[in-house]
Write a protein that binds this ligand. Structure first.
Ligand code: H79
Length: 469
């Protein structure tokens, strides 16, 4: 064990009610909104592919020019109640909102900078209105904060001189002030999502990352903080130099997921974040953004894969410059929501189905409060329970093969949507086969009712008669 002052504060999962609620939520909405939504990926007639929220940097826009966008941040179509309704109908249980992205613009009227909504025509507390709208819909709220800041004169990516050191110390004081200001103004939030922490300057300040996490948790008891904030004494990020997770959940999976069979991630809580477009988080108004936009089925597949591995999915929306949601994003949310309205139990309150191997045609999830019995560890443990089978790829054979963990028998298979019982055929003592549900374009969810395997279950010899039709 390497002795650390700023490493992980504990080992193992948090099991307090706030953390359990976050874990059971499984599906959250990410919202990226700021000045970058106005140019939406195009600067002076030049469209720049990739992330719209990077436009200031990728188009080489000066601070002055970028700051002038505040005059156009007029909230003409700003309707946070519609955002919150859309999130709720989609099946999201929480929202994470950008308070300040890399460009430094603040969605709340901060006392520590002029570069905020206070400098826009309305002068309104936009962040406060957003948080209130989501609260009214019953969603929990989390605040995104970029430590990286292209606007603040004291930000440094590297610290190469005493002058840099002094500047960066001033910057960290500024960030601390802003974060404590956020905690004081919006004490109802459930957590903080840090970004922009990968530069050498932050990595060399493990002490600050540790202290700010503690300070926020003092101000907001139970607050949930992502691992991306943290560096330890030696600059190790996410996991400290002893391999222990820092922060409350791992947050490194950005626009990617762990492999479906990578059970190592089930050892801790984690959350992946994903875009609806191929890469942009902020609203990108271009033919490029339309290409590669995810389909509802792809989103549901990502959600299923995530939950099957014990993670949460934070699905991003990028409202337009006027504050309205793009119709294409609302339509996607509606389609995902229609699926969630029927199949939500396979996601909300669910997690990995212990002992059930990745089947190739989809993912298994199981209710969180009932994860133990899926694999009996002792002969008298009762594996009675349910497992959800989320079918994302119907095999060309039209047949699904289900490998049962040792000691588990399959009692019945039902469609989650309407409760229809589906017949299945044992292939041997540990394997059954059944006809795949008819394709609908969206994943089907089957409820597998399990019980203890007894002498009557399965066959001692492989069943030669596997044809179902
Ligand atoms: O807020 C979202 C992103 O803006 C932020 N994290 C998520 C949640 C993020 N910051 N940096 N990155 C993600 C990764 C960096 C991507 C880049 Fe690039 C690739 C930076 C340089 C190359 C794309 C291409 C952006 C600029 C050029």
């Amino acid at each position: 064990m390497i002795p650390l002052r700023y490493g992980a504060d504990g080992t193992g999962r948090r099991e307090d009610p706030t953390m359990r609620a976050f874990r059971a939520d499984r599906f959250g909405q990410f919202v990226h909104w700021g000045l970058y939504a106005l140019p939406a990926g195009t600067w002076k007639g030049r469209t720049i592919e990739f992330a719209a929220e990077f436009l200031m940097q990728s188009a080489g826009v000066s601070r002055e020019e970028w700051s002038a966008l505040t005059a156009d941040f007029t909230l003409d179509g700003f309707d946070p109640a519609a955002w919150a309704r859309t999130a709720k109908r989609m099946g999201a249980r929480y929202v994470t909102v950008t308070t300040k992205h890399h460009d430094g613009f603040c969605l709340w009227p901060s006392a520590y900078t002029d570069f905020s909504v206070a400098a826009t025509p309305s002068g309104r507390d936009v962040l406060g209105e957003i948080l209130e709208a989501y609260r009214a819909e019953g969603l929990a709220t989390h605040l995104y904060y970029s430590v990286l800041d292209w606007h603040h004169p004291d930000w440094r990516a590297t610290v190469d001189s005493d002058a840099d050191r002094e500047a960066f110390e001033r910057y960290l004081r500024f960030a601390t002030d802003q974060l404590l200001e956020l905690a004081e103004r919006y004490p109802q939030v459930r957590g903080f999502w840090f970004d922009g922490t990968w530069d050498a300057s932050v990595k060399a300040n493990g002490r600050w990352t540790h202290e700010i996490e503690q300070l926020l948790k003092e101000r907001i008891p139970g607050a949930i903080v992502n691992s991306r904030l943290r560096a330890d004494d030696h600059g190790a990020r996410h996991f400290d130099s002893n391999g222990a997770l820092m922060g409350d959940y791992e947050s490194g999976y950005e626009r990617r997921l762990p492999a479906p069979w990578d059970l190592s991630v089930t050892a801790h809580d984690w959350e992946a974040c994903a875009t609806l477009t191929q890469a942009s988080w902020g609203f990108h108004d271009s033919a490029w953004a339309e290409r590669g936009r995810k389909t509802p089925a792809q989103i549901v597949e990502q959600l299923a894969q995530t939950v099957s591995l014990g993670g949460n999915l934070l699905l991003n929306f990028g409202p337009r410059g006027d504050g309205s949601l793009a119709p294409v994003e609302v339509a996607l949310a509606e389609e995902v929501g229609a699926w969630m309205a029927v199949n939500g139990p396979a996601v909300h309150g669910s997690g990995p189905a212990a002992g059930w191997d990745y089947p190739g045609w989809g993912f298994y999830t199981a209710p969180l409060e009932h994860t133990a019995p899926q694999v009996p560890e002792t002969p008298d443990e009762d594996p009675t329970g349910i497992v959800h089978a989320i079918v994302v790829r119907i095999p060309v054979s039209g047949l699904l093969t289900i490998a049962l963990p040792a000691g588990v028998a399959l009692r019945a298979v039902r469609a989650l949507a309407d409760g229809t019982e589906l017949p299945f055929t044992p292939l041997d003592a540990h394997t059954v086969q059944l006809a795949a549900p008819a394709p609908t374009g969206m994943p089907a969810v089957l409820v597998l009712e399990t019980g203890p395997a007894g002498p009557a279950d399965g066959l001692s010899e492989p069943n030669p008669d596997v044809a179902l039709v």
